[in-house]
Write a protein that binds this ligand. Structure first.
Ligand SMILES: [Zn+2]
Length: 378
């Protein structure tokens, strides 16, 4: 299927009239196209073919460019309609793909680091490198050099040549196709075999920002944003920082110390609260035990039943503690047989083993307590 690939002649074409050569499923093959089909990590284009929405462009097994249409009616073979590109989508990924060429070129030329694999995301571009370790200052220096090359506005262009000629260029990455090869050049910096679509100048990338690294398959994978995504990332970081400064009445010199102090204070307070809760629970438990003459010690607490777990065995009799309405937890210390009896009569969810049972109840706390006391006293 011979579709003329116009984006190789002009990557900036946004509209063209094209004729349907074939319909395959819900996709059309056209006599010419400005839509790039997903390949090499660069997503397929989308847009419109006449009134039909093109949701994606993919290459079929035989290499045909499938313009995949939104499910519904289809144009007929021979129809000639206007193909129009979702330019914002294409241009964003064109810039990101070109940024990847630039970053990989800088890594290789200035730091001797190769590129193993790449992934283009909506916001983040990842480049898996050949290195087992790269220091952060090296990555920041790569960011600096790449931004310098962006400011220089270096020309990016593609040239189709014989395999032999391409081989003679000694490119940083081996050629993966047979026959003629499309080679993408960044003026005075890089040449690599690539069938993708690229911007015409590094200046269009606007800027790149280093976002972090992680280890994968024993290699360092680096993360970047470029163009509008880079600007958005920087501005969002600024905004978040300003919000933190305001919340903590801090500035750039004090914020880390302030957060460290808050974390420490919080730890100290949690420890104090735990101690106090334990003391309150002990007092409440003792008081209840002193005033109880019933064969079972049962009461409603404002505390958490958790606080009584270590105390219940001191009662010398069955214990049932119920949290006040709202929290709805219970703790029962007694026999499994009696617990099952309780479970059968009042609405309890939960369990335990041996002598300690925990969970949640449903209904009114006072009512659950009085029914339970009667059942446990029988
Ligand atoms: Zn490329």
């Amino acid at each position: 299927m011979n579709t003329e690939l116009l984006f190789y002649k002009d990557a900036y074409l946004k509209e063209v009239d094209a004729t349907v050569l074939e319909v395959r499923g819900n996709a059309v093959v056209l006599d010419k196209t400005i839509f790039y089909a997903e390949s090499g990590g660069q997503p397929g284009d989308r847009g419109y073919y006449g009134e039909y929405q093109v949701v994606d462009t993919q290459k079929d097994k035989d290499g045909a460019f499938l313009h995949i249409l939104k499910k519904g009616s289809l144009p007929e073979v021979g129809a000639c309609l206007k193909l129009s590109l979702d330019w914002d989508h294409r241009y964003k990924f064109m810039k990101e793909h070109s940024a990847q060429h630039l970053l990989s070129a800088v890594m290789f030329s200035f730091k001797g680091i190769g590129t193993v694999a790449v992934h283009q995301g909506e916001e983040i571009l990842t480049i898996e490198t050949s290195a087992e370790d790269i220091a952060d200052d090296v990555l920041l220096s790569i960011e600096d050099i790449a931004n310098e090359k962006i400011r220089d506005g270096l020309k990016i262009y593609q040239d189709e040549m014989s395999h032999e000629k391409a081989e003679s260029l000694g490119m940083r990455r081996s050629i993966k196709v047979d026959g003629d090869v499309k080679v993408v050049f960044i003026e005075n910096l890089d040449a690599v075999a690539c069938g993708g679509v690229h911007v015409a100048s590094t200046g269009e990338i606007k800027e790149v920002v280093y976002r972090g690294k992680e280890m994968i398959r024993g290699h360092v994978r680096t993360m970047w944003s470029c163009a509008d995504e880079s600007v958005a990332y920087r501005r969002n970081n600024e905004r978040l920082l300003k919000e933190c400064y305001k919340l903590l009445s801090a500035d750039k010199d004090s914020i880390v110390k302030d957060i460290e102090r808050i974390i420490k204070d919080n730890g100290d307070l949690s420890y104090e609260v735990k101690k106090l809760r334990k003391a309150v629970a002990e007092r409440e438990f003792e008081d209840a035990l002193q005033s109880s003459t019933a064969p079972v010690l049962a009461f409603i607490t404002n505390n958490s039943v958790e606080d009584y777990q270590e105390l219940v065995s001191k009662a010398g009799k069955d214990v049932l503690i119920i949290e006040r309405d709202g929290k709805k937890g219970f703790l029962y210390f007694g026999t499994k047989e009696k617990f099952l009896k309780l479970k059968g009569e009042v609405s309890l969810k939960g369990g335990g083993k041996d002598v300690l049972f925990r969970g949640a109840y449903q209904g009114d706390a006072e009512e659950v307590l009085s029914i339970s006391m009667r059942l446990l006293s029988e």
